[in-house]
Design a binder for this molecule. Structure first.
Ligand SMILES: *Cc1c(COP(=O)(O)O)cnc(C)c1O
Length: 403
């Protein structure tokens, strides 16, 4: 019998996704594809709940409790205990909330530490918050490799994204959390490229806050709501900077004074996007019975195959991601000076990845709907685009608004 002890357990469930014919989708790290059952469920919600129940839907269809209910389902995928995650708004807003609450926990400190591999909106939101506070806080941005070493006793909060959106480089979440907490800082993790991609144990990590979005690896669709996690022992004391009525202890008492809800519910702000959250709630069913450890093992196998084949067949590209899969999320990036045009040529031939300035061609690996045959087929097309310089075609040079 062949030795299959190291072969990853198959987690592929392509039949649950509605992928267009002829497309190999390597961009689930940016926008996950449509799970097949989502259109019918959203249609039913729109007609049967909104259409028929009208305002009664808030109670009868449990729209009001949906942010916490869906939060628990997302929480189960990132190692968060029940009632420690709530959905709503966008990730940018959740970053703001987490950082504001963290700074309120360390009133004597004035530094927010982040790194240059962070997604720009996280840094923009942080700067905006610090300006609004007007208390002389400083945002210190260091190289990713220097993040742990830059944590000192001035740092109020360490705010990092676990997996770098360009290169896929992955921080050591547990080690950095410990370093931050040993120095008395509050730890905030952005899991945008982690949730649904790599096993995360929020409870075990001990970090104070985590945030993330659900339209990437969690396939919630464009505009799907974000999530925020607050460590349970802190949730009753965390300061909600955005004091919206849905996070009030008694929203329908319509008090003139704000009084935060107990626990994670205080991180809600306004009316939740029920249609969008219903799409997400349905989309999360593709994870039923799937182990994140198996997903990760399968993703690593796909990535190793991809790197090996690309390096053997496409000498024009150079690996921009860490070679050690342990230091990488679920994407592989290659540098190529004409990466934008090459990606357009690839997309034109049904292989969809994306491009990040200045020269990164980025490919996401999502084993729920990708297998090793897809990886080989994608490299066939990539090899053709590069060896025949098909990217030189003028139609691949013009840039769209969204890359
Ligand atoms: C994708 C991503 C975002 C996007 O924020 P939105 O408010 O949802 O647009 C923010 N931060 C990181 C780290 C991301 O990867």
């Amino acid at each position: 019998m062949p030795d299959t002890s190291h072969a990853p357990t198959s987690v592929t469930r392509k039949d649950l996704f509605d992928l267009p014919e002829g497309v190999i989708y390597l961009d689930g790290n940016s926008l996950g594809p449509l799970p097949k059952s989502v259109p019918a469920r959203t249609q039913e919600m729109i007609s049967g709940e909104w259409g028929e129940m009208l305002i009664r839907g808030w109670n009868q269809a449990d729209w009001f409790t949906q942010p916490g209910r869906v939060g628990d389902r997302v929480g189960a995928l990132i190692g968060a205990p029940e009632s420690s995650v709530v959905m709503g708004d966008t990730l940018s807003i959740k970053v703001y909330q987490a950082l504001a609450a963290a700074l309120a926990m360390r009133p004597g400190r004035r530094v927010v530490l982040s790194d240059s591999g962070n997604f720009p909106t996280d840094l923009y939101m942080a700067r905006g918050l610090l300006e609004t506070l007007g208390q002389g806080h400083e945002l210190r941005v260091v190289a990713p490799e220097e993040a742990a070493g830059a944590i000192d006793e001035d740092v109020a909060a360490v705010m990092l994204t676990e997996v770098d959106y360009r290169t896929g480089r992955r921080h050591d979440m547990d080690a950095i959390t410990r370093t931050a907490q040993d120095a008395g800082a509050v730890m905030i993790w952005d899991l945008a490229h982690s949730a649904g991609a790599v096993p995360v144990d929020l409870g075990g990590s001990g970090c104070e806050f985590a945030v993330g979005c659900t339209y990437k690896y969690l396939n919630g669709g464009p505009g799907a709501p974000a999530f925020i996690y607050v460590r349970p022992d802190l949730a009753d004391g965390a300061r909600p900077a955005l004091q919206g009525w849905m996070g009030h202890g008694a929203p329908f008492a319509f008090d003139l004074d704000y009084r935060p809800a107990g626990g994670i519910e205080r991180m809600r702000v306004g009316t939740p996007p029920v249609i969008q959250m219903t799409a997400l709630e349905e989309a999360l069913r593709v994870w039923d019975g799937v182990s994140m450890t198996d997903v990760r093992a399968a993703a690593v196998a796909l990535m190793e195959q991809f790197i090996e084949e690309v390096e053997a067949r496409c000498p024009q590209l150079s690996l921009a991601s860490p070679r050690d899969p342990g230091q990488r999320g679920s994407q592989v990036s290659f540098r190529f000076a004409e990466g934008y045009a090459a990606m357009q040529a690839l997309i034109d031939r049904g292989v969809i990845g994306d491009f990040r300035a200045p020269d990164i061609m980025r490919f996401g690996f999502t084993p729920l709907y990708l297998d090793s045959g897809d990886v080989s087929a994608a490299v066939d097309v990539l090899e053709e685009v590069l060896s025949q310089e098909l990217w030189r075609d003028a139609k691949y040079q013009a840039r769209s608004a969204v890359t």
